[in-house]
Design a protein around this ligand. Sequence first.
Ligand SMILES: NC(=O)c1ccc[n+]([C@@H]2O[C@H](COP(=O)([O-])OP(=O)(O)OC[C@H]3O[C@@H](n4cnc5c(N)ncnc54)[C@H](OP(=O)(O)O)[C@@H]3O)[C@@H](O)[C@H]2O)c1
Length: 246
Amino acid sequence: MNQRTNAIALPTTALVTGASRGLGAALGRALARRGTRVVLVARGEDELARTVASIREAGGEAHALTADVADKRAVYPLAGAAADLVGPIELLVNNASELGPVPLRLLFDTEYEELERVLAVNVLGPFRLSKAVGGAMALRRSGTILNLSSDAAVNAYARWGAYSASKAALDQLGRVLAVELAEHNVRVLSVDPGEMNTAMHRDALPDADPSSLLDPAVVAERIVALLGRDDLPLGARVELGGEGAA
Ligand SMILES: NC(=O)c1ccc[n+]([C@@H]2O[C@H](COP(=O)([O-])OP(=O)(O)OC[C@H]3O[C@@H](n4cnc5c(N)ncnc54)[C@H](OP(=O)(O)O)[C@@H]3O)[C@@H](O)[C@H]2O)c1
């Protein structure tokens, strides 16, 4: 394995979308355990409140903001409210995501509005939130935007069309943003977490053997390790699912 450096300090503040369960919740926990003040976002108030309460019980600082990242009018107020709670956001994690209609279906069986919704959640929401949070990062000349990708962004799987197209678009958005923000010292990274034992995976592939899937807590630790690395190329896309990854 290549020698890796861990020269970048972990963020003191983070805004994580899609954080009431699954990977987002696990990442919120992992960051809060290390002293990061986290703001967690999801639509469902009760599940989000339970996640925040569990982080606080473990001694971490966590806050809940309920919002739909696809709601155009909610995004700038969300960024403002997050900064009011914990101070300037040093890490934005665009993790909230939608599969589209399940059972997964062929593109020709996918309605225009269904694709539109997937793009709104998985691409346009992260785009707007990156602008809302990243502008202040650029002014401070410091920060990281991390987008959650998927192997579906780079492979063509039948019935995964809407999700797949959205993740490919998110990756490319991130690559361009990485180039544009480099001179402002803001990092943009893309992470393919690998197949995880979460609600989203169960919705997509209900017959999968859970024991063959990654625990999101393990992936969250890999992301934390990744955040500390200063040897990643500009706009890096990192696959965390493989053995020995990150
Ligand atoms: N699981 C896998 O095997 C896998 C593989 C590759 C990539 N990924 C990616 O990894 C990320 C995490 O996935 P996961 O499996 O942890 O998902 P998950 O368990 O289904 O959790 C999704 C989270 O996002 C929230 N959410 C969904 N839509 C939202 C919206 N419009 N606005 C705000 N919050 C929203 C959900 O809460 P509410 O429903 O209450 O809003 C929930 O907290 C996603 O980007 C996914 O595409 C997952």
